[in-house]
Design a protein around this ligand. Structure first.
Ligand code: DP6
Length: 362
């Protein structure tokens, strides 16, 4: 069982009778990927990501003290305005995991209302923003119960809880960039929660970086991330991969500080392809890219060669492509997308996002 005393709190007898909290938490896109975990959501290697701004989950949690206390979790869940019993088991197992740290879970009846700014069937993972918003919302309730908790303690604990819901969710609470997983060169880094990359560690070249997501295939994911992570347990290249991720993080950290776009591009694209290479070389094996993913990648390389652009791509565990580029190139790159890449997108759809700052209280 996951027991970290530093995150445990005790319940005071005079907790509020009812209330409501509301927040938004964005998605994030990893540059060095988390792929492989042990125990309860402990990553096998450190990862680093851009926090996004447009793709996010808005969650409100209404809480009312139970009339008669019992040992059940009592909640209802509305997704995009409709009751979603199908999501309840996931919330219930999340509550079980975090109960040791959030002692008021059995004190209240909760009404959780949640919606995403991005289309549900876009193939964009909603677990990072969804679990992030639920965790952060619960911390807003904790803050009402225990007003002494500081801002930084709150963010850290929200990240800790979010990780127990979905690993990558812990990287969504703060921005513009966070690191999750112990790394000797990242002060304060931990396997338990993500830490923000200090502003002075990121050269102005990367400020306001853009992320345009090409929706190549909007279908349901063929491999759930849990199944995917498990494939790393008996993977022939696992230990070398975990070592490589740590090394890549060191190299990327320096590139971010130096404003070194060439190194940034090399590491980011190599990480994306390595993630997919891990899937292709596991047993069972998967190919999550689609023919259009490859066609678009070839176009991106061609465009970069022809124009000297700093555009690069990354992928998550699916066919969609995240195009990363500096704000100064936005106009030309949007032309390039509309002229050359949109044909590879399902129904011609893409989402324009950019780096953001994490959780917001509404
Ligand atoms: C490919 O965080 O979705 O996006 O911890 O099982 O919920 P669980 O997995 P999840 O895995 C994300 C994997 C990835 C890479 C990354 O975001 O680092």
């Amino acid at each position: 069982m996951d027991t970290y005393p530093e995150f445990k709190t005790t319940l005071t007898p005079d907790i509020p009778l009812s209330g409501i909290v509301k927040c938004t938490v964005p998605s994030n896109i990893a540059l060095v990927k988390y792929w492989g975990k042990k125990d309860i959501q402990i990553p096998q290697n450190p990862s680093i990501s851009f926090t996004l701004n447009v793709c996010k989950t808005e969650t409100s949690i209404e809480f009312e003290k139970k009339q008669v206390s019992n040992e059940d979790y009592e909640f209802e869940l509305l997704f995009e305005g409709k009751l979603k019993p199908a999501f309840e088991p996931k919330i219930k197992s999340f509550f079980e995991r975090i109960e040791a740290y959030i002692p008021f879970l059995k004190e209240y009846v909760f009404k959780i209302e949640t919606s995403n700014t991005f289309p549900h069937s876009s193939g964009i993972a909603s677990s990072a923003s969804g679990m992030g918003a639920l965790a952060y919302g619960l911390m807003l309730i904790e803050k009402e119960i225990n007003p002494d908790i500081s801002e930084s303690e709150m963010l850290q604990k929200a990240s800790f809880l979010a990780r127990l819901g979905s690993g990558s969710a812990c990287r969504s609470i703060e921005g513009p960039m966070t690191v999750w997983g112990e790394h000797k060169e990242v002060a304060g880094s931990s396997d338990l929660y993500a830490v923000k990359v200090e502003e002075n560690e990121i050269d102005s070249f990367f400020k306001n970086y853009q992320d345009t997501i090409l929706l190549i295939d909007k279908g349901q994911k063929e491999v759930s991330s849990t199944v995917g992570h498990n494939l790393m347990h008996r993977h022939p290249y696992a230990s070398q991969r975990f070592k490589q991720a740590s090394e890549n993080l060191s190299i990327l950290k320096k590139a971010l500080k130096d404003g070194d776009s060439e190194t940034f591009i090399k590491i980011v694209e190599s990480e994306a392809l390595t993630l997919h290479a891990m899937m292709m070389t596991s047993m069972p094996y998967f190919i999550l890219m689609k023919p259009n993913t490859l066609s678009a990648i070839e176009k991106i390389w061609e465009y970069r060669k022809d124009t000297g652009s700093k555009l690069c791509f990354t992928l998550d565990a699916g066919a969609n492509i995240h195009l990363l580029y500096p704000e100064a190139e936005s106009e030309q790159i949007l032309d390039f997308i509309n002229n050359e890449l949109v044909v590879y997108c399902e129904n011609g759809q893409y989402i324009c996002d950019k780096i953001g700052l994490g959780a917001i209280i509404l």
